[in-house]
Each structure stands twice: as structure tokens, then as C-alpha cells.
Design a protein around this ligand. Sequence first.
Ligand SMILES: Nc1ncnc2c1ncn2[C@@H]1O[C@H](COP(=O)(O)OP(=O)(O)O)[C@@H](O)[C@H]1O
Ligand SMILES: [Mg+2]
Length: 639
Amino acid sequence: MKISLRTKLIVSFLAVVIVTGFVATLVGVNLIVDGMIREEQDRVRTNLNSAREIYEGELKEIKDLARLTAVRFFIKEALLKSDLEGIEEELVRIREEEHLDILTLTDKNGKVLFRASNPDVYDDSQAEDELVNMVLLEKEVVASTQIISGKELEKEGEDLAEQAYIEFIPTPMEKSRPEKEETSGMVMKAAAPVMGYDNELLGIIYAGRLLNRNYEIVDKVKDTVFKGVKYKGKDIGTVTIFQGDLRISTNVQNLDGSRAIGTRVSEEVYDQVLVEGMPWIYRAFVVNNWYITAYEPIENIKGEIIGILYVGLLEEKFTDMRNKTMGIFLGITFAGMALALIISYFLASGVLKPIKRLVYASKRLAKGDLTQRVKLTSKDEIGELAEAFNFMASSIKERDDQLKARAQQKIQESERLASLGRLAAGVAHEINNPLGAILVYSELLLEESELQDSKRENLKKIVRETIRCKEIVKGLLDFARKTEPKKEPANINEILESVLALVEKQVLFQNIKITKTLHPHLPMAMIDKTQIQQVFMNIILNAVEAMQGRGSLTISTQLLEDGQSMEIGFTDTGCGIPQEIMERLFEPFFTTKEETSGIGLGLAISYGIIKNHRGNIEVKSQVGKGTTFLIRLPVEKCD
Ligand SMILES: Nc1ncnc2c1ncn2[C@@H]1O[C@H](COP(=O)(O)OP(=O)(O)O)[C@@H](O)[C@H]1O
Ligand SMILES: [Mg+2]
């Protein structure tokens, strides 16, 4: 599958943004949430401390009430006189005024004399009661939270026993207990001694408030500590007093809005707070919401753990905050992604557009449009690439133009030679017959015996010149390739040797050094021996003439790499050929040797013969240094 550069660019951009974005979100949110949790826990701890203070304040108030009642003159008097007449109403009034559930007077042994909450029941001993007992011993005011059994509560008032009675409501994660209900109650209680004038104990006043179903304290804490703030209709802070593990006073609500009395703490909290006596600060599912909670034990006067004070902060507000934070982080990530998408899109376009132009131009160039150029001015690697492309295109164009020009020239040259050949052939053909006739009749005349000697001489001249004319005509016909070669297999090396043997002895060759580098296993060529001999002869003679009797001639044969043709080379150290006459060299009658009777047919004939053999003839020359003629002939396959 082909994945475009653009996709790759965009995908890698996005990958970076997504990874960093999500990692940042994860780390950031975790850090923030951790901080928030710690802060919330600190807050709930502080809130618990405030709740504890209010609780203790409440206890102190009862303590003060007990003490102040105990020091009242009329109570002391009544005890001294053993006449309770008159004080009963007073005690009932105080109980009501001070919202006390319990206000009871005992004698100096702890035997109940009068119960303001239940005047009908008296004479029982409260000496065994923890607080009363302590006052009997210490004669000091004491106060504490206390568990009072249902039976004892009943004595203080049937309504109190009823108020204390709570049936357990099944709660998830609670610690299982065999009981199904609670009959005893938790009471904030204080006991104070009534002292005589000689500082002797006359009796004891004890006062108390039942905490079961009494919401005064928890609501007071809620109002002062949490200021009654609500979040989405729910109280943000909740407060509970537990008797043991049982919710007896709370503003945690059930789904129906009623107070969640009768539910119990989870086993975890039970173990930590009630058994271990340690505070518990953690998130917890309370009744039907998650809270960040703090629990701490409530002790009785002996230091035994009898209950729990609890505050909880609604977690929802905090979770919403966390979600909002997460949302913001994710939002930033997504915005980053969008931005990256846009930037990478434009970046990719910026990079890709010039590349596409380059690709387009390259394709056009490959199809032959050499004028293709890419206009790019950017000063980067792509700009460099475009520059290189343009340079390449113009180089190709230049070379192409040169090649075309040279090919054109070649074609023109051979066309010119061909038309010249046709002309020459026409002329030669026309002249050949009359020349034949001239020769025949001249020879006939010569045969006559009575011819004068001087006339005979003239006639002989006519015959000679006519023969010369016929030779020229034959040369012209050779050039025009009108004489069909009689081809037979021949060894080029041998032909060269035979030609050299013919000419070597001549005076002209005396000071010429001839070097031969002949290919030892040159294949046979299908040629007309006499014609090729003539070509070699012409070229060798030209070379020797160009050297004016002094120099060296190198003759070589070689098989070309393709194995299809052989090359015969003639290199002389003669005068060389000036460039301006180069293209006329093979024309018939072109010669630079007018004074030495050159007729300029040698190369023309040679050209005709070589072309007739489907060969090629080429010249390389440097004026003053020498000339090389190269003849290429096809290797004839033996068939
Ligand atoms: N090897 C050579 N060195 C220098 N010039 C040469 C050579 N071969 C041929 N030429 C030139 O080519 C011309 C044509 O040669 P050719 O056709 O043989 O005619 P000719 O020899 O009768 O002049 C010569 O006149 C000479 O100027
Ligand atoms: Mg010649």
C-alpha cells in the first residue's frame, strides 16, 4: 500500500501530540487530584476537630448545669431537712428550661430521691452508675458520654427508652452482629455533688441528654462548620454520632430524605475506630453517597470506646472538580491535536506542492519535453533540488541539441554525396558509350598501315587519354556504387599484406616507417577483394603523399567489442586535414593536389565501395600532426 508523505507527516505529528497530551493529562490530573484529596482530607480532619469541640462544649454545658444546680441553696436546704417539698417543681422547671432529658437527685449514698423526668420512680440506687460512683468517691463534678441500658433508661422515663430504641437497618459492608436492635442509649451526662456547710456530701445531682434521635449537636455542627452549604441539593457536609457502630444521631439522609438512623459503619471503620481506637480518614460510601470521611472514637469516663464521632464531605463536588480539571486537560489536548492537524496539513502542503511540481516536471522531461523548468525560489533543500533539476534539464537539452545537429549534418553530408553520386553516375553512363566508340574507332584508325608517323603518335595520344577518361568514368561509377561487388570470404589481414607488398618497393616509400598491429585471429569478411584492395591502396597512397616521403604509417586491424564488425585503421604523421575541407573530402574531384595531377577520385571511390559493403569510413585529423582513417566492415557470418 502506498502511504503518502502527507499522511505520514500528519500521523507522526498527531502521534506526538496525542502521546504528550495524554501523558500530560494523566500526570497533571493525578497530581492535581492527589493534591485535592490531601487538601480535602486536611479539611475533613479540621472539620472533625471543630465537631469535637462543639461536642465537648455541649458536654461542658451539661456539666455546668449539673454543677450550678447542685450548688443551689434550696437543694442543699431540702437535703439537710430531708424535705423535698418545693424542690420537685423547681427541678422539673430547670429540666424543662435547660432541655435536659435527665435531671435526678440522689441522697449521699446514690439512692434516687427524685427524678424530674419521671417522678414516679425513685428509691433505686444509682451508686453503681459510673459517674455517680465517681462523685461518691471524689466529690467532684464529672461529665462524660455514657451508655445507659434500656432498663435504666426506662427508670429515667419511658419516653427516653422509647427514643433510644433503634432497630438495625441492613447496611452494605457493615460488621455482622447477632443483635437486631438497640435498646440502650447513649447519653451525655454529668454528675455533681451537693455539699453541706461542713463540706460533707449531702447528695448528688446528675443531668443528661440522650443523644439517640437528638439532632441538636449534629445539626449545630453542620450549621457552624459547613454553614449549611448545599451542592446539587445535597448537604455538602454531614455529621453523625454513633453509639458503638450504630448511627443514632445524624444528618446523613436516606434516599427518601429521612435521617439515616439505624444504619451502621462498615467493618473497616469498625475495626479501625472501635477496636483499634484510631481515627479513620478516607473516602467512604455512606448510606448512598461517596464522602471523604473522618471518624474518631468517643470514650466514656473510663476511657472505653463507646461510640464514634463522624464528619463527611460530599465527594461529588470534588469529583466534579476533578472531572472538570480532566475535561480542561483533555480539551487542551484535543485543541493541540486540532492545531497539530492544521499545522501539519499546511506544512505537508508546503512541502508537498513543490515536490509534486518536481515530480510532474520530471515526468514531462522523461516524455521528451526538454523545456520543462521548475520555478522555485525557496532557499531550502527543495529549492536546491529544483535548481539541480533545472540544471539537469538544460544539460540534457544542450546535449540533445548537439546530437541532433550532428545527426542532421551527417544526413546532409550523405545526402549530398548521394545526389552527387547520382549526377556522376548519369554523366558517366552517358559518357561511357561515346568513349567506347572513340576508343574503337581510334584503334581501327591505328590499324591502318599507311598512316603517317606523326598522325599515328597523335592517334596513340587520343587512345591513351580516352582510356584515362574511361578509368575516371569507372571510378565515378564505383563512387556511385553502380558496380556490384563480387563478394567472397576473405582475410582482411592478408589483403593488407598484399597491398603493402605491391607498394613497399616504390621510391615514395623509402623513408616511410610502416608499423602493423594486426589482430591475429581476425574473422573472415565477405568482400569484393579487388575493390577493398583498391580502397586500401587509395588510403595508403594518400597517407604517404601527405607525409611527403618521410614519416611513419601505422596500420591496424581489430575486432570491435560487439564482435559484429572489424575496424581497419591507417594513421600517418602527415600534414593533416584542415577542418574546413573535412566535409568535402569524399566528394568526387575534390583534391588539394592540382599541381601533382591528383584528380580527387580516390576517397570518393573508396567511400562508394565501403558503403557498398555496408561499412563505414571515418576521418580524424589534426593539422600538422597527422591523420587517421578508420574503416569499419561487418564481420560476415558464415552461412
Ligand atoms: N592522409 C591524408 N593526409 C592529408 N590529406 C589527405 C589524406 N588523404 C586524403 N587527403 C586529402 O584529401 C584529398 C582527396 O583525396 P583523394 O580523393 O585521394 O584525391 P587525390 O589524392 O587525388 O587528391 C586530397 O587531395 C588531400 O588533400
Ligand atoms: Mg588520392
